[in-house]
Each structure stands twice: as structure tokens, then as C-alpha cells.
Design a binder for this molecule. Structure first.
Ligand code: AMP
Ligand code: ZN
Length: 474
């Protein structure tokens, strides 16, 4: 089997993924999850879809992937939101957590094994313990504002991930907010002393009441759940600095000092809208909900987010979703044709592994830093070639069965199979399907088309096959 290579942001080069131990192909994966102060937008989901592709491909290559994705449910933004709404923090974040899980399902994201929440008392204790260690070792200090800061001058490797030059940095300059520019590199907050705007949010600590900074949350949850060294850590490029840089500093200074915090760092490029990053702050964002309301499906959005290489910036357009719909339509038509050619009706079981060496190329393309364009090119070339053979009547049933098996494996990674086609339609739709069958039997094509539109308006798609009508969720 070919090696799987990925681009490591830390080394700025392609590296072969290898397990840490000879004993098994186990990998730990930590992915920074949503800050639950609003609905995640599809820029956020671009990051999660890329991570899903990574996880699925590694799984196909025989790796056992242990994945943790955190929920940032206390930080500057969630507190601000709860304060503005006049409700408790947990009540404010709950609907956004629920929405995140629902949207993840709609986009067919494999669930992580654990979704730790920053406000979990066990994790808060771990964050405090890490800060205590950092203070004991001289990497952190308490400032007059009651907050605790990481002393970046105590860690010469600070800046290694983002390639930030510490030269010219003002000794002791501090920054209290979680996010800031590389140019303003400064000591960052590990623990933020309580201020009146925090309201009821706060935990007791050796430095008085306060709350953790965003960066220490991830450091504590990642190492607490996955150990001192994590194999792969992902996020969007905006996470590189200061978030991931800070995570490295905290973990490597609070750890045994022998092990790196992360072996492979992977970051996806931004989802853009007319040249700017899609972001809540810029107000140029779409949530998945917005798109579903417009009649797009989760599957189409998944395709649009998946089809561009993760390190290339992706410009989001409605035309792009239209192209996704067209591509999926071709896949569905092909799938139906293959099914017919495979002769399900005569219970054939003989299967010719298909199509040939060329299709292994789908997986080897993904071995090359998740080269999705190469992989999709193989898929559509296979589709074209086998359609041609079906046109000519030269594709045998065992070959068609082999192609279906191959597509099944491909969908273990792409997860683009038709929308739960086995799902039974609701009574209202089922009734219309029956009426349409009667209209068709009476050769009333106008009525048949009208009913099809009514069914579509209810979110179901009807197709006429040689075995009768087939209705699937749209
Ligand atoms: P946040 O909820 O802001 O902490 O972001 C959650 C994840 O989404 C992080 O990994 C971000 O890097 C990622 N992200 C945010 N905006 C975008 C975007 N426009 N394109 C791609 N990833 C993004
Ligand atoms: Zn994080």
C-alpha cells in the first residue's frame, strides 16, 4: 500500500503519516471545534468537512483514528453574547451546541469519539493545574489586573508554527483578548480575572475568581483526553496564530519536556466570499440553515465544500452549489444505471473486482495530501468510461456489480450516496405518489407532472424507473 502523505504546517513540507508505535495503526486526532456563540457558518464547516475527509481516508487506509473535537462554550464571544441576551451562559450556548450536532449530521460528518466542553468542571480543573505548573516553572505570571499571562520570552521556540519573529518584541507586552495579530505578538492570557461583565461566569482558582483563556482550554482538553503527544491536530489557517502557537507553548512548557505536543499540524484554507474570508464578524456568511431554506441539500453543500483541495482557498458561490447538484445528478444516474446493469432482479452474485488498477488511483490520489481533485477526476472518468460501455452493451453484470462495490468504498470516504433513499416518505407524500401512479396509468401526463411538483415542494424527489416510481428525500 502506498504511503499517505500530508502537508505539515510545522515543517512546511509533505510528510508520510506513520503511527507512533509499531504495534498498531492508531492515530489520535484533535480538531478545534466551534465556538458556540452563534450558528456555525459554512466557512466553519469547510474546516470540519476537510477533517472528515481526512478521518475517512485514514480509516480506509487501515488507521484507527481516535478523534476529539472540543466545544468552546466559554470565551470572550460567548460571554458577550450571554450578557447581551441577559441569560445564563449555559442557556445561551445550548441551542448553538444542538444546532452544531444537527448540522454535522446533515453534512454527514463522522462523529468524534468525544466532544469535550470547556465548562466541564473536570476540564476547568485541568486547565488550572496546567497554569499552576506553568507558573511554578516560570513560564507564567500573575499581573496586576488579576489575570495570569504566559511569558513568551521564557519559551524561545514561540513562533515556530506561524514563523513569527520574536525579534523586536516588547518585553512584557500583554494582550488580554484571545485573538490578535502576529504583528502584536505579546504575552497572552491563560486565566482572566473576573470582571463585572462576566456576571455569573467564573470559577475559583489560586488567583481568585476568573475564567480560562481560549488557548489553555484546547491545550488542557487535548492532552487530558489524548495524552502528552497528539498525532494530528487540525483547524483553519486562522487558528495557526495565535491559537495553535499558544497551544504548543502551553503544552510543551507544562509537559515532561521530552515529547512534542503535536506530530502533524494540518490547516485548511479559508472559505471566501467575493475575495474576503467568510466570517461572522464580516457579516458575509451563510449558515447551513440559510442554504437548506433556499432548497439546497446537505449533500450538495458537502460536495461543494469537499470538491476543492483543502489548502486552496475556496470561493463560495451559488453557482458552485449548482455545479455540485449537477455532479451529484450524474452520480445518481450512473448509480441507477449500474444497478440495472448489475441485474439485481436475477440475484446475480458473481462480481468482477472493478474496474481495474485505474480505480486504485482514487485512493492513491488522496494519499497525496488529500488530492481531492485527482480523486474526483478518477471517479468521473470511471463513470464516463463505464457509461460508454453500457451504451455499447459491453459491460457485463459482474463488472457492473464490481463497479457498485467500488463506488461503495469510494462513498466510505466521500459520503455522497443518495439522500437516505430507504427513508419512507410521510403519509402526505405517499398519498401523492399513489395519485400520481393513477394519473400515469390513465396517461394524464399533465396531472402527473403537477403532482411531481407538489411532491418536490414537500422536499421529495420522484423518479420514474422501469420498476415504477421511486421517491427519495430531496
Ligand atoms: P470558531 O468557531 O471561530 O472557533 O471556528 C471554528 C473552526 O472553523 C476553526 O477551525 C476555524 O479556523 C474554522 N473557520 C472559521 N472561518 C473559516 C472560513 N471562512 N473558512 C474555513 N475555516 C474557517
Ligand atoms: Zn482549539
Amino acid at each position: 500500500m502506498a504511503d499517505t502523505r500530508i502537508y505539515n504546517t510545522l515543517s512546511r513540507s509533505l510528510e508520510t503519516v506513520s503511527p507512533r508505535s509499531e504495534a498498531g495503526r492508531e492515530l489520535s486526532l484533535y480538531t478545534c471545534g466551534p465556538t458556540v456563540y452563534a450558528y456555525a457558518h459554512i466557512g466553519n464547516f469547510r474546516a470540519y468537512v476537510f477533517e472528515d475527509l481526512l478521518q475517512r481516508h485514514l480509516r480506509d487506509r487501515g488507521f484507527g483514528v481516535r478523534r476529539v473535537m472540543n466545544l468552546t462554550d466559554v470565551d470572550d464571544k460567548t460571554i458577550r453574547g450571554a450578557h447581551a441576551s441577559g441569560i445564563a451562559l449555559a442557556d445561551y450556548t445550548k441551542p448553538f451546541k444542538d444546532a452544531f450536532f444537527e448540522d454535522s449530521k446533515t453534512l454527514r460528518l463522522l462523529p468524534a469519539e468525544i466532544y469535550p466542553e470547556a465548562t466541564d468542571p473536570a476540564h476547568i480543573q485541568r486547565m488550572i493545574a496546567m497554569i499552576v505548573t506553568l507558573m511554578e516553572r516560570g513560564h507564567a505570571y500573575r499581573a496586576e489586573d488579576g489575570s495570569v499571562y504566559f511569558r513568551i520570552s521564557s519559551y524561545p521556540a514561540y513562533g515556530k508554527l506561524a514563523h513569527v519573529d520574536l525579534e523586536g518584541q516588547r518585553q512584557g507586552a500583554r494582550v488580554a483578548s484571545d485573538e490578535y495579530d502576529k504583528e502584536a505578538v505579546a504575552d497572552f492570557a491563560l486565566w482572566k480575572g473576573w470582571v463585572p461583565e462576566d456576571g455569573a461566569v467564573g470559577w475559583e482558582s489560586p488567583w481568585g475568581k476568573g475564567r480560562p483563556g481560549w488557548h489553555i482550554e484546547c491545550s488542557a482538553m487535548a492532552t487530558g483526553l489524548l495524552g502528552e503527544t497528539i498525532d494530528i491536530h487540525c483547524g483553519g489557517v486562522d487558528n495557526i496564530f495565535p491559537h495553535h502557537e499558544a497551544e504548543i507553548a502551553q503544552c510543551e512548557c507544562a509537559g515532561t519536556g521530552h515529547a512534542p505536543f503535536v506530530r502533524y499540524w494540518m490547516h485548511c484554507a479559508h472559505l471566501m466570499v467575493e475575495g474576503s474570508k467568510m466570517a461572522k464578524s464580516a457579516g458575509n456568511f451563510f449558515t447551513l440553515r440559510d442554504l437548506l431554506m433556499q432548497g439546497w441539500t446537505g449533500r450538495e453543500v458537502r460536495y461543494a465544500l469537499l470538491a476543492v483541495h483543502y489548502r486552496a482557498s475556496l470561493n463560495f458561490t451559488i453557482e458552485g452549489l449548482g455545479a455540485a447538484r449537477t455532479a451529484l445528478g450524474r452520480l445518481d444516474a450512473w448509480h441507477d444505471r449500474l444497478k440495472e446493469a448489475a441485474g439485481e432482479a436475477n440475484n446475480g452474485t458473481e462480481c468482477v473486482a472493478q474496474p481495474d488498477a485505474a480505480t486504485e488511483e482514487f485512493f492513491t490520489a488522496l494519499d497525496d495530501d488529500l488530492n481531492i481533485s485527482g480523486a474526483l477526476a478518477v471517479l468521473f472518468e470511471t463513470l464516463r468510461e463505464s457509461n460508454r460501455r453500457m451504451d455499447q452493451g459491453t459491460l457485463t453484470a459482474p463488472q457492473a456489480r464490481g463497479l457498485r462495490d467500488w463506488l461503495h468504498r469510494v462513498n466510505g470516504i466521500l459520503a455522497l450516496e443518495p439522500e437516505a433513499s430507504h427513508e419512507a416518505p410521510p403519509t402526505e407524500v405517499a398519498k401523492l405518489v399513489e395519485e400520481r401512479a393513477a394519473a400515469r396509468a390513465a396517461k394524464d401526463w399533465k396531472k402527473s407532472d403537477e403532482i411531481r411538483d407538489q411532491i418536490a415542494a414537500l422536499g421529495w424527489i420522484i423518479k420514474d424507473t422501469k420498476d415504477g416510481q421511486r421517491v427519495t428525500k430531496g
